[in-house]
Ligand binder design. Structure first.
Ligand code: FE
Length: 197
């Protein structure tokens, strides 16, 4: 491969390998033309925390939906059209005044893609993965989520088999808001459990 001196940022070795692999797979007919671009676009535009926020807002406004969500997360999330890779078994855990749930993957970076998109960098970093298990209260406080000592913290370790979504407590003073307005209040971090609303 010849060097391109006009390009100030040539592709990194990993980017070159990915491009070569993509070309090979497409050539051999393993993936349809344009498939990989479509997947990338989906994760940039269509699949992200806005999906989880819709699930949360529905649960806040529809008690029967919330009951289904807490019983069978995968099925209730599929009712809103979300599912697929990295979300085949979803468990939803509810935050209350007394219980705070937080999600980690101690082994690697398992994360509920269909409802939250791709994980933030810190979620994949070793300090988060080890400290959230060892000292969740201290780490949550450092991350801007201090909890009273009488709030029980439950740490959920994601795996290839189960992905977790935190159902944040509905903030006070939001009784008059519509479901659509509530969607706008729900943050990614509150659904991982490193923030409260
Ligand atoms: Fe993992």
């Amino acid at each position: 491969m010849s060097e391109d001196h006009h390009n100030p940022t040539p592709p990194s070795p990993i980017e070159q390998r990915v491009a070569a692999l993509e070309e090979l797979l497409t050539e051999r007919g393993y993936v349809p033309e344009g498939f990989i671009e479509d997947v990338n676009r989906a994760y940039e535009n269509d699949i992200g925390p806005m999906n989880g926020a819709k699930v949360v807002a529905r649960a806040w406004t529809d008690p029967e939906y919330k009951a289904r969500l807490l019983t069978d997360g995968t099925a209730a999330i599929a009712e809103l059209g979300f599912g697929g890779p990295e979300g085949h078994y979803m468990k939803v855990v509810e935050n209350t005044a007394d219980v705070h749930n937080v999600v980690v993957c101690t082994l690697c970076s398992c994360y509920p893609w269909p409802v939250l998109g791709l994980p933030p960098k810190w979620y994949k970093d070793a300090p988060y993965r080890s400290r959230m298990v060892r000292e969740p209260r201290a780490l949550l406080a450092e991350m801007g989520c201090p909890l009273d000592d009488d709030v029980e913290i439950r740490v959920w370790d994601s795996s290839a088999d189960a992905r977790y979504l935190v159902l944040p407590a509905r903030p006070g003073g939001t009784e008059g808001l519509s479901e659509d307005e509530l969607v706008g209040l729900v943050t990614r971090d509150s659904m991982i459990g490193v923030a409260r609303l």
